[in-house]
Design a protein around this ligand. Structure first.
Ligand code: ZN
Length: 196
């Protein structure tokens, strides 16, 4: 039976690389793969998925796929979605229709929560309705599992702002919960007001 899968992980947990490797494996077996990402994320150009490891693959946009007819969608053996956290709740429901009505498995990769540890809309809907939840793990600088996505700039960790910020110089780093709370981005950083 086809399933709706959600693979979540913090920043830098190789989610995009995983998505492309799974697509490669399917294609190597002669399967037709629909690789796509959400439209909000334009960091890497509109129709390309790039990983930090250097892997790169052309892709479609989820915004557009949602308007494809069922015959076209049903011609694929699998649908793989990167940056699924930015999908709307309705788009995730649409993906679940592909699974239930067309019997095509849909594999979604994305962040669970934003820089304030609140669920993204796409991630929330996936957690609510997906068949299978899996974690793609990565580490904080301290060696513990990273579960928080800290936003930071030259002044340190950023605590306030919009959930999705495009066109700023802010960057992101995956931290364990303790170091997220402390705002400690690296081992040499002095943290004011907190003691270990
Ligand atoms: Zn840590």
């Amino acid at each position: 039976m086809a399933k709706l899968y959600f693979y979540y992980g913090a920043m830098g947990s190789s989610k995009s690389a995983n998505a492309m490797m799974v697509a490669f494996n399917y294609r190597e077996r002669g399967q037709k793969v629909l690789l796509c990402k959400t439209g909000v994320d334009t960091r890497d150009g509109a129709r390309v998925i790039k990983s930090r490891m250097g892997l790169e693959s052309k892709c479609e946009l989820l915004d557009e796929i949602c308007h494809w007819d069922k015959e076209k969608l049903g011609s694929y053996n699998v649908v793989i979605v990167d940056e699924a956290q930015f999908a709307t709740s309705e788009q995730i429901d649409f993906l679940s229709d592909i699974v239930d009505d067309l019997h095509v498995p849909v594999i979604c990769y994305g962040l669970r929560a934003d820089f304030q540890n609140h669920l993204f809309p796409g991630s929330q809907r996936l957690l609510e309705i997906c068949d299978e939840i899996n974690e793609v793990k990565t580490m904080c600088w301290c060696g513990h599992k990273a579960i928080c996505n800290a936003r930071y700039n030259a002044d340190g960790i950023v605590r306030e702002g919009a959930q999705v910020m495009l066109g700023t110089n802010d960057e992101y780093i995956a931290l364990c919960r303790k170091h997220f709370k402390e705002g400690k981005l690296h081992p040499d950083q002095e943290v004011v007001g907190l003691t270990d």
